[in-house]
Design a protein around this ligand. Structure first.
Ligand SMILES: Cc1cc2nc3c(=O)[nH]c(=O)nc-3n(C[C@H](O)[C@H](O)[C@H](O)COP(=O)(O)OP(=O)(O)OC[C@H]3O[C@@H](n4cnc5c(N)ncnc54)[C@H](O)[C@@H]3O)c2cc1C
Length: 477
């Protein structure tokens, strides 16, 4: 079994920045990511033969700089490798990580862990969202950037958050006609905070300019205070109904219009990927504004489980710049614990990082205002609307489970199979939580989570067999 001082899980901006900082001090570390290439969602690397969508910034240059720094220090990186379980070895004894990947390393010992697993799109449930052709904004980005595939001929882009314009621009640049962008937020939401938020944020202004001018160039209408009501079609999406929402995001069905499209890209911002921190037993706090739990951490990014640090989108809606800053802060915390740095050595760098973090947080405060989840959206879910797409569980089945006594997510799961499919509840959990909370007159945080158990990611059975075979072999010895 291999051993390192630090294991970093997640090769996105947060994990890469942490790795560069730790490697610069000579720490022995390994950087692990489940995708075939490092970079995470922001620096997503596509197949070399695919034409990449144009981006507003020099992402590739920034990515190559980070990778160059890692190569110069000969940092071990394991791509296409998933951490599917992780257990503490005992107080102060570090952790054992279980890995699955195209190499011989099945287990790894690490004194410290930086969990930087990022986030995924928060889904919106509405009638017909199980039809082929409906995907999240990130899903569309993944097809375009990760695989060089155009999702369809004509698309409607809907939801909330910064990915709306980015996705519309990428789709249009790839040759998909974008019928409209529907932003749930009104044109005014968060506007009061805009001057402060954009102060000194030249890269973000450049992004907005790039995406905005792409929408102008391709004649894409942007409609505020509107959303998707229904996806229509037999075997796949052929049309969509959409219209206005009120201030609480209740659909105003009297304003419904229909548009012919073969692709619907829909998401409501992001949900943190909590599989690792929940599996490890870290404490989490519920944020009612974004209706999500986040791992608790201190100023050094250490969670309530000593030795486990977090950074990036897993800690909240952050974006690339904040993710990198948090990765550096986590690295500085570990460097002090490992006594590579004294607190006074670290302080000057930390002070400047904290200043930059505050600037990023001002920007995020504006985004939060625009993306605050409002309860009216639940009205889109009709009794026969599918809530769990993996197991095809409809809303009325969940209501029956509640009438039969289910009071939390576990109760609903046991009665309906909701959350037992391939996504393990990632996409249905927020909807089920809201349905249970509303039906039982409680707050969503009281409804709890679906259980997290290894394997944390889908795993070939052969990997599990390998583990039990090697255990049997060890026992025989
Ligand atoms: C789907 C999606 C699309 C986005 N598109 C854009 C965009 O177009 N423009 C933009 O400005 N911002 C975009 N963002 C936001 C931006 O990418 C993030 O803010 C930023 O990448 C966060 O960095 P991170 O390091 O925290 O996580 P990420 O970049 O998400 O990286 C996390 C990494 O962790 C890995 N991982 C997770 N769990 C495990 C595990 N158990 N074992 C091994 N590896 C694991 C994942 O494979 C992933 O590569 C997008 C975000 C998402 C989720």
């Amino acid at each position: 079994m291999s051993a390192v001082e630090v294991a970093i899980i997640g090769g996105g901006p947060a994990g890469l920045a942490a790795a560069v900082e730790l490697a610069a001090h000579g720490v022995s570390l390994v950087l692990i990511d489940s995708y075939a290439q490092l970079g995470g969602h922001y620096f997503k690397q596509g197949p070399p033969e695919a034409a990449q969508p144009k981006t507003a910034d020099d992402r590739q240059g920034e990515f190559e700089e980070l990778m160059g720094a890692l190569e110069a220090r000969e940092v071990v990186t394991l791509s296409e490798t998933s951490v599917w379980a992780m257990f503490p070895n005992g107080e102060g004894m570090g952790f054992t990580l279980h890995l699955s990947g195209p190499h011989e390393i099945e287990r790894l010992q690490a004194h410290y862990v930086v969990a930087a697993p990022g986030a995924y799109d928060r889904p919106l449930a509405f009638p017909g969202w199980q039809l082929p052709g409906v995907m999240t904004l990130g899903g569309a980005q993944m097809l375009l950037k990760g695989h060089g595939i155009r999702p369809g001929q004509r698309a409607l882009v809907a939801g909330s958050g910064p990915l709306l314009l980015a996705t519309a621009a990428s789709l249009a640049e790839a040759g998909t006609e974008v019928a409209a962008v529907l932003d749930l937020a009104s044109g005014w939401d968060g506007l009061r905070k805009a001057p402060q938020a954009f102060w000194g944020q030249f890269a973000r202004l450049k992004d907005v300019w790039h995406y905005g001018s792409a929408c102008l160039k391709y004649g894409i209408p942007i409609r505020f205070g509107q959303t998707i009501f229904q996806a229509m079609g037999e075997a796949a999406v052929t049309a969509a109904a959409y219209g206005r929402v009120d201030a609480q995001w209740r659909p105003r069905l009297d304003t419904a219009q229909t548009v012919e499209v073969d692709t619907l890209c829909v998401a409501l911002g992001f949900l943190p990927n909590l599989a690792l921190t929940r599996h490890l037993g870290c404490a989490h706090t519920y944020d009612p504004d974004v209706d999500a739990f986040y791992p608790q951490h201190d100023a050094a990014m250490e969670t309530t489980v000593p030795g486990v640090y977090v950074a990036g989108d897993v800690t909240g809606i952050g974006g690339k710049a904040l993710s990198k800053l948090q990765g550096q802060v986590a690295a500085l915390g570990i460097l002090q614990k490992l006594q590579y740095l004294t607190p006074s050595n670290a302080e000057a760098q930390l002070a400047s990082l904290r200043r930059n973090i505050r600037a990023e947080q001002r920007f995020m405060a504006m985004l939060r205002d625009r993306m605050r989840i409002r309860p009216g959206l639940q009205q889109l879910i009709e009794p026969d609307t599918i809530v769990c797409r993996c197991e095809m569980v409809a809303a009325h089945q969940i209501h029956t489970a509640i009438r039969e006594g289910a009071r939390d997510l576990k109760g609903v799961k046991l009665r309906t199979r909701c959350g037992m499919g391939a996504c393990q509840g990632r996409y249905c959990e927020p909807h089920v939580r809201q349905l249970v909370a509303a039906a039982t007159c409680t707050t969503p945080d009281k409804v709890g989570h679906m259980a997290v158990r290894p394997p944390l990611l889908p795993l070939p059975i052969s990997e599990l067999l390998k583990t039990s075979e090697s255990r049997r072999h060890t026992e025989r010895l």
